[in-house]
Design a protein around this ligand. Structure first.
Ligand code: FAD
Length: 328
């Protein structure tokens, strides 16, 4: 039977209902490789395991456990939690990493409760000290950085999407089939599902490398097109403040902040956004923040790396044409 390194870090790779490995796997495996030996777990419907395992190898997993479960597509969570429990028993990892997605959060909580493990949520980084893995969090809207660690056992953590820059080199992993005893625990049965295909050439907001967001300062849905124009020349995702969403400029799925999406891009550009604490909570861990606002006292400038005090309707078109002419 396969041996697992004593510094193994178990990563749950998220797989879509159609069997595709989700992009969050890149950061999770990158983070695991930075502090130990990444072992990926793929839970998929029968037949979908090998392709997903290969994709996990491309993200840098050296060992992949594949649990093909006939109920993977018809039960919401229990097959995944059962598989994670079986994988953890086999690997004895030092940490278990999951995405801070809706599904990842749910699985992490159930798994931690079932195994009596310490749970650390919404991590923005992970490192190691003499005693083992140390998890880093950005809390209270990014005002404080907090570290957490388990006093015993493997820590279970969910990782904020887009927060981890590290990427592991691609491997040809060893792939092992995982036998999973069904726990028989109660679950939600999926009777039908419809995959929503979003026809957009823009990257998804969660996990995007660049985000351009617009606020109430845009003034109308029509004028919000300027945000999209800048996003498109930068290949960025489009975000918004809650005020912009409430005013109907863009759908709620674009909202960044405490009650919206949390993003951690390399570059975040805030246009006509004042920088309320609830907005900052969703974007403050961006690597570089650029703000354009006509009010020099707007709180967004307190956290901006670069700020332009000016009318965005004068500044942004110039920015767009400057970027376009650089590309020529
Ligand atoms: C419980 C709770 C949860 C919340 N959750 C969220 C959340 O998830 N996300 C979120 O964003 N907010 C959230 N809010 C709302 C938050 O408090 C702010 O009201 C909101 O973020 C303000 O949005 P804004 O910056 O677009 O608007 P405003 O605060 O009105 O700011 C507009 C800015 O645009 C600038 N401006 C105007 N015209 C121009 C121009 N022509 N050129 C340049 N600048 C211009 C102004 O100077 C101003 O700074 C929440 C609030 C509560 C109470």
């Amino acid at each position: 039977m396969t041996e697992f390194a004593t510094d193994s870090i178990l990563v749950l790779v998220e797989v879509s209902p159609s069997g595709a490995v989700l992009p969050s796997a890149a950061g999770l495996i990158g983070a695991a490789a930075a502090i130990g030996s990444p072992v990926a777990l793929v839970v998929a419907a029968p037949g979908a395991g090998p392709a997903a395992a290969k994709a996990a190898g491309e993200f840098g997993a050296t060992q992949v456990l594949v649990a093909e479960r006939p109920d993977a597509a018809t039960s919401l969570l229990v097959p995944t939690v059962d598989s994670l429990a079986a994988a953890a028993a086999l690997v004895s990892p030092q940490a278990v990493l999951l995405s801070h997605s809706v599904q990842g959060r749910d699985v992490a909580a159930r798994f931690a409760a079932r195994t009596g493990s310490a749970l650390a949520v919404d991590a923005v980084g992970i490192s190691r000290d003499d005693e083992g893995p140390v998890v880093h969090h950005s809390v209270y809207g990014g005002s404080y950085l907090v570290d957490s660690a388990a006093s015993s056992g493997a820590i279970v953590l969910t990782v904020r999407q887009g927060a981890i820059e590290a990427r592991a080199a691609a491997t040809k992993p060893t792939i092992e089939t995982l036998e999973v005893p069904a726990s028989g625990m109660r679950d939600v049965d999926i009777v039908d599902f419809e995959e929503v295909v979003v026809a957009s050439s823009r990257p998804e907001l969660r996990g995007a490398k660049t985000v351009v967001s617009g606020g109430r300062g845009l003034g109308s849905a029509e004028k919000f097109a300027l945000v999209e124009e800048l996003a498109d020349v930068l290949g960025a995702a489009v975000g918004a403040s809650r005020a912009a969403v409430d005013a109907g400029y863009v759908p709620q799925s674009h909202q960044v902040g405490q009650t919206g999406v949390t993003v951690a891009p390399q570059l975040y550009i805030a246009l006509g956004i004042s920088g309320a604490i609830q907005h900052r909570a969703g974007m403050q861990t961006a690597k570089t923040i650029v703000a354009i606002n006509k009010d020099a006292n707007a709180p967004i400038f307190e956290i901006a790396d670069f700020g332009i005090v000016g009318d965005l309707f004068a500044v942004v078109p110039q920015l767009v044409s400057a970027i376009q002419s650089k590309r020529k």
